[in-house]
Each structure stands twice: as structure tokens, then as C-alpha cells.
Design a protein. Structure first.
Length: 138
């Protein structure tokens, strides 16, 4: 066993590394060279602003890891090699996931169910969130 987490909620993969978000501990772990000499290391935690992480996604460039946090209502972009913050986006809602749309920079941040708008993250060079209003039955 390489890593024990209480409530793993998301995985992210780079070329050789695996990222795991644990919601209960507010941590993201990286397992370096997961297919070889796997080495787990703490990647980010509450000190980096994580609060109830719900989703992970690698940037299109592969240079950064995006982390959606429901507790802090935010999305953070951390450089993988240095763990330095590359961007922070405050949200007006608590994201419930981060699920990629195709192979581009877009990702869903919620399900859009129950009449709520659907929120889309553009994880390009400048982080931005767009919403698709909920339709009416008329």
C-alpha cells in the first residue's frame, strides 16, 4: 500500500505522476512514477487554500494542476514542479466536481441539476468561469 486516504474524491494523471485528492484531510497527494518506483508525497493541503477538494485536472499544457475546492468555493492552479500558485479563482458557488469536457481546457464544476445553472471552467491561460442558465419549461 502506497497511500491511505479517508475519503478520496478525485484523481489526476500526468505523464508519470498520479494525483489523489482526499476530502476529509483537505490534502492532495502525488505519487511520483506510479508505474515504477512509486513515491507518495504531499502536494498541497490547507496551507495552499484547500478546503473540501472535489476535483482535480491537469492543465492543457501539463504544467499545472487545477484543484476545485467546495469549502473555500474556489479553483486553484498550482505549478506541478514547484507547487507555486499560478492562479486563484473565487467562485460564487460551491463546486461539486471538476470533469473535463473533451480534450480541451473546459471542465464542468457542477451537475446543473435541480434548476441550477451549469458552471463551466475555462482552464486556459487565464482561469475563468462561465454559466449556462437553467432553462424554463415554457
Amino acid at each position: 500500500m502506497l497511500l491511505r486516504t479517508a475519503h478520496p474524491v478525485a484523481l489526476g494523471f500526468s505523464n508519470r505522476d498520479l494525483f489523489v485528492a482526499d476530502q476529509d484531510s483537505n490534502q492532495v497527494w502525488t505519487i511520483g512514477d506510479y508505474a515504477g518506483d512509486a513515491t507518495p508525497m504531499l502536494f498541497a493541503d490547507e496551507r495552499a487554500g484547500l478546503s473540501t477538494p472535489v476535483g482535480l485536472r491537469l492543465s492543457v499544457s501539463g504544467r499545472s494542476l487545477l484543484i476545485a475546492s467546495a469549502g473555500s468555493r474556489s479553483v486553484d492552479s498550482l505549478e506541478i514542479s514547484t507547487r507555486a500558485s499560478l492562479g486563484h479563482l473565487d467562485l460564487d458557488f460551491a463546486p461539486s466536481r471538476m470533469e473535463g469536457v473533451g480534450s480541451g481546457a473546459l471542465a464542468f464544476l457542477n451537475s446543473g441539476s435541480g434548476g441550477e445553472p451549469l458552471y463551466l471552467l475555462n482552464a486556459g491561460d487565464a482561469l475563468a468561469v462561465y454559466f449556462v442558465p437553467a432553462g424554463s419549461e415554457e
